[in-house]
Design a protein around this ligand. Structure first.
Ligand code: CMP
Length: 138
């Protein structure tokens, strides 16, 4: 059954000009792009998105980074989308990511790791609703 997940091309990858290459990798892996936009978010908006990590030592740096430049939030759809996107992204730490994954190819550090992908159905639903209105998701 078809499933939706949420992803963000992060400020490091956008700033280095990797957006089109990452979208090509996503399309080649069989994902349909249901919604996408280019926006810049405030630190407070990043804090709301990453609220689940509020107690982590990297929270301040993470939210500073995510509000440092334009990002491309998007909703992606395919069978097994959540797990398949995480496989395509590679490990959180690019140094540990497998060859051919987006983080291996385009990311430099665990903090600035090119792409985000939802880790479960409930977080995907929250994250999609954080960035997109229902009318954008037909
Ligand atoms: P993401 O999938 O967007 O979800 C949480 C983010 O926190 C993660 O990607 C990383 O970019 C970031 N993160 C996770 N662990 C660390 C860490 N140890 N140091 C800095 N950032 C981290």
């Amino acid at each position: 059954m078809s499933q939706r997940t949420f992803s963000i091309i992060k400020p490091d990858a956008v700033g280095k000009g990797h957006t089109a290459a990452i979208l090509a990798d996503i399309a080649a892996a069989g994902f349909k792009i249901v919604a996408i936009k280019r926006i810049s978010i405030s630190k407070a908006q990043a804090e709301g998105f990453y609220a689940v990590h509020a107690a982590r030592p990297f929270f301040a740096g993470l939210t500073e980074f995510m509000s440092s430049g334009p990002i491309f939030p998007m909703v992606l759809e395919k069978e097994n989308a959540i797990a398949d996107l995480r496989k395509l992204m590679g490990a959180t730490d690019p140094a540990k990511a497998e060859a051919g994954t987006i983080r291996k190819k385009y990311a430099e550090s665990i903090g600035e790791n090119a792409i985000h992908g939802s880790d479960a159905e409930d977080t995907a639903a929250f994250e999609i609703g954080y960035f997109f209105a229902g009318i954008e998701l037909k």
